[in-house]
Design a binder for this molecule. Structure first.
Ligand SMILES: Nc1ncnc2c1ncn2[C@@H]1O[C@H](COP(=O)(O)OP(=O)(O)OP(=O)(O)O)[C@@H](O)[C@H]1O
Ligand SMILES: [Mg+2]
Length: 492
């Protein structure tokens, strides 16, 4: 661009004290903040990452140590600088970064003091500190060095190279005045650590499964959480489909009845089955969005078995509008229709499995299947009819000749146990209404039923008015007052 016509310039530097505080408001939670720091470890080729916390009341500490390539002192200062890299720069395929900000924004979202110790192979370790209070007081973009615990200084001694991130003054997690003896605050803190573990198990599951990284929390190795239940025989996988450089792969997870209780519970993840449905968007194998329909569909109970993987390379960051936290993505408008139609296919299969418990297998001939309920479309409403040809219904008819009471009881039980609630629910929420009782069927039967009750009540001595009142309060006849009104005509 040509700037030859500039007459004057004015410096408009950001004000350090207020700007650094805005970094706190990017919207991370503890889990997403820790994951953002671990992204850097993975980009630095770490083989192991240790996520630890130490309860000390308001002085509690969270640390993230990696054995990645580490940094020289100069590189460390550069790394701690906001906007350390240009978001437009091309990055290596495995680099999980984009904005040159994550380390700072993630850290400040949780703590007031970020200490970073790093060692590059062949160099001595160095460390620097960002202290929000110091920046606030001095209004200067200045890192500081103060004495730190020997434990932190020597944390890298046994590693050839690596980096240690320390968060202290965790004011966003624990009020600073909290006493170390406050057991309930301690329990809450530990519960948050558990949530972090769960989030890391999901976010980095592909790295863990490929054995390219080991994540530890205290001495425990974190096991991966794979959303797609790939080891389950009943999981249905769809063929991959490309959207430019991105790839989609859909899965319909097995119906609950094909999973052990433990697997079912575990597969619901942090947010429950209903919420975990949707697209799982990965960027360089790192999970960014876990169960989101990208604004293309709504989350509904009957699609809860549907999970679709989308893999993005980091070259699509700007097309997919990746955010600093790496927690949102928006598909480019031109891809939306393709994604929607792929999603639709997988969702249709998902709903079938949900409704029929996965029992209608592709290999089974349609004629072999004996449904009890038949779905029929009448106008724009749906009716559910009992299949009169069902073998059990035929048996009940025969039974009625010799043991009518038992036959009726069998019939009622059979209907009660099998009412197609799921199908009705799906029709109601998707296509609008299902038909009300007798709404779409021949009224002769309904009339005959009303007449039957009328005659029987008359014999027992009730007046026509009394019987009308009785029927007006009786389901399903109360929906047809016009048929009850004309009962007087039977008297004449
Ligand atoms: N654990 C680490 N090991 C080695 N280098 C690191 C580590 N953490 C950060 N760095 C260096 O610091 C830079 C800045 O990190 P930061 O997380 O702020 O931004 P980024 O990763 O480049 O991009 P993003 O804002 O998308 O996270 C990184 O690009 C990397 O060069
Ligand atoms: Mg980063």
């Amino acid at each position: 661009m040509n700037y030859t016509d500039i007459e004057k310039t004015a410096v408009a530097e950001p004000c350090a004290a207020s700007m650094i505080l805005t970094f706190r408001a990017i919207g991370y939670n503890l889990e997403t903040a820790v994951a953002d720091v671990i992204d850097n470890s993975i980009s630095a080729n770490a083989k192991s990452v240790w996520f630890n916390s130490e309860w000390k009341g308001g002085n509690s500490v969270i640390t993230i140590l990696d054995d990645g390539c580490g940094m020289t002192e100069e590189e460390l200062i550069q790394a701690m600088k906001p906007g350390a890299k240009n978001p437009m720069d091309e990055r290596p395929e495995k680099d999980l970064g984009r904005f040159g900000l994550g380390l700072k924004t993630a850290s400040f979202s949780q703590c007031q003091k970020l200490i970073m110790v790093s060692k590059k192979a062949g160099f001595t370790p160095s460390y620097w500190i960002w202290d929000l209070n110091y920046v606030n007081q001095t209004n200067r973009w200045e890192l500081i060095r103060q004495p730190i615990s020997d434990d932190y200084l020597h944390a890298l001694d046994n590693l050839e190279s690596g980096t240690l991130v320390i968060w202290t003054n965790l004011d966003r997690i624990i009020p600073i005045e909290t006493s170390i003896d406050n057991e309930s605050a301690k329990d809450k803190f530990l519960a948050q650590m558990d949530k972090v573990k769960q989030h890391l198990a999901m976010t980095f599951h592909r790295f863990i499964e490929e054995k390219s990284i080991k994540l530890f929390c205290w001495e425990y190795e974190i096991k991966s959480w794979n959303p797609f239940l790939l080891n389950e025989r009943a999981t249905q996988a769809f063929p991959e489909e490309y959207i430019g450089e991105a790839v989609m792969k859909g899965y319909v997870l097995p119906h609950k009845c094909h999973l052990t209780e433990e697997t079912y519970k575990n597969a619901e993840g942090a947010n429950g089955w209903g919420n975990q449905q949707g697209f799982y968007v990965y960027r360089g194998k790192r999970l960014m969005l876990a169960g989101d329909w990208l604004g293309l569909f709504r989350k509904e109970e009957h699609y809860k078995l549907v999970r679709i993987q989308i893999d993005l390379p980091n070259t699509l960051d700007s097309d997919w509008q990746i955010d600093i936290k790496k927690s949102t993505a928006r598909p480019p408008i031109i891809c939306k229709e393709q994604i929607r139609s792929y999603g639709q296919k997988v969702r249709l299969r998902g709903v079938e499995v949900f409704r029929h418990r996965g029992k209608i297998l592709k290999t089974r001939k349609q004629d072999d299947f004996h449904p009890l309920w038949l779905e029929k479309k009448q106008g724009n409403k749906y009716l559910y009819l009992v299949n009169r040809d069902h073998l059990m219904i035929e048996e009940i008819k025969k039974m009625a000749e010799t043991a009518p009471k038992k036959a009726i009881e069998y019939l009622l039980r059979f209907v009660e146990e099998t009412i197609p609630t799921k199908s009705v629910f799906i029709r109601e929420s998707e296509q609008g209404e299902t038909a009300a009782p007798f709404e779409e069927t021949n009224k002769d039967v309904l009339n005959a039923m009303i007449k039957q009750i009328f005659d029987a009540q008359k014999v027992s001595g009730k007046s026509t008015e009394q019987i009308k009142m009785l029927l007006l309060n009786m389901e399903p006849f109360n929906n047809y007052p016009e048929l009850i009104e004309i009962l007087d005509t039977y008297d004449r």
